[in-house]
Design a protein around this ligand. Structure first.
Ligand code: G3H
Length: 245
């Protein structure tokens, strides 16, 4: 049975005072779902210190363990700071930093080598959605981004339609169901029993107001949440919806 996961991605938001939002989640971590927050790298160690039952993750890592890579952070550094997760392949990294599927694959392997679980993001553009290319795109991204050796323990897939991120637009429940079923089949075809153990999250404009209906969709094992994870008052509503699903 898969433990559901409510993961917050703070993106480039948050200062020391924001850690109070993580502390404020403590009343919502006793349920059956796992809760994680991925703050900016500057806050990872401080977040771990006050996180309690909330798992902490990084938002990106370099593919190498160390070296002359100014401004980058290795998976080992995140692990050393106490992180349990790292996000790879977020569409904002793919777009802003020209990260390819091969880069995402290498970063994912780096995360595993450091002992982190990886939340690997895939998702289609609006153009791909409108041209009917969504499932082909998901197949291609998974084939190239997901390394051999993925297990239910070391990999979480986050399906994030790019056009739904931060826009307030959400695919229909049927569209979410279609993509999640396709992702699940692709994972089980390739990884067998382990593919059945991997969590598949939905991400893109998840709010307390729409979380319950999204979590009721088959093969949705939780959410990767951006804007609505910044405030405990919002994120706790999403956690409670997941606990109730
Ligand atoms: O990583 C999170 C996603 O990009 C979703 O962001 P959002 O909830 O602000 O749409």
């Amino acid at each position: 049975m898969r433990i559901k996961l409510a993961a917050g991605n703070w993106k480039m938001n948050g200062v020391q005072a924001s850690l109070a939002e993580i502390s404020a989640l403590s009343d919502h971590t006793q349920g059956p779902s796992e809760v994680a927050i991925c703050p900016p790298a500057t806050l990872v160690a401080a977040a771990v210190a006050i996180a309690g039952d909330v798992a902490i993750g990084g938002q990106d890592c370099h593919a190498k363990t160390s070296g002359a890579h100014t401004g980058d952070i290795s998976a080992e550094m995140l692990k050393d700071a106490g992180a349990a997760y790292v996000i790879t392949g977020h569409s904002e990294r793919r777009e802003d930093h020209s990260e390819s599927d091969a880069d995402v694959n290498a970063k994912t392997q780096a995360g595993w080598a450091a002992g982190l679980s990886v939340i690997l993001c895939i998702g289609e553009s609006l153009e791909e959605r409108e041209s009917g290319a969504t499932l082909d795109r998901m197949a291609a991204q998974m084939a190239a981004s997901v390394p051999d050796g993925a297990t239910g323990a070391n990999l979480v897939i986050a399906y994030e339609p790019i056009w739904a991120i931060g826009t307030g637009k959400v695919p229909s429940l049927d569209e979410i169901a279609e993509v999640h079923a396709f992702i699940r089949k692709t994972l089980t075809d390739r990884f067998g029993d382990e593919g059945a153990k991997m969590r598949v999250l939905y991400g893109g404009s998840v709010k307390p107001s729409n979380a319950a209906e999204i979590f009721a969709v088959a093969d949705v094992d939780g959410a990767l949440v951006g804007g609505a994870s910044l405030k405990a008052a919002d994120f706790s509503g999403i956690i409670e919806a997941l606990n109730a699903a």
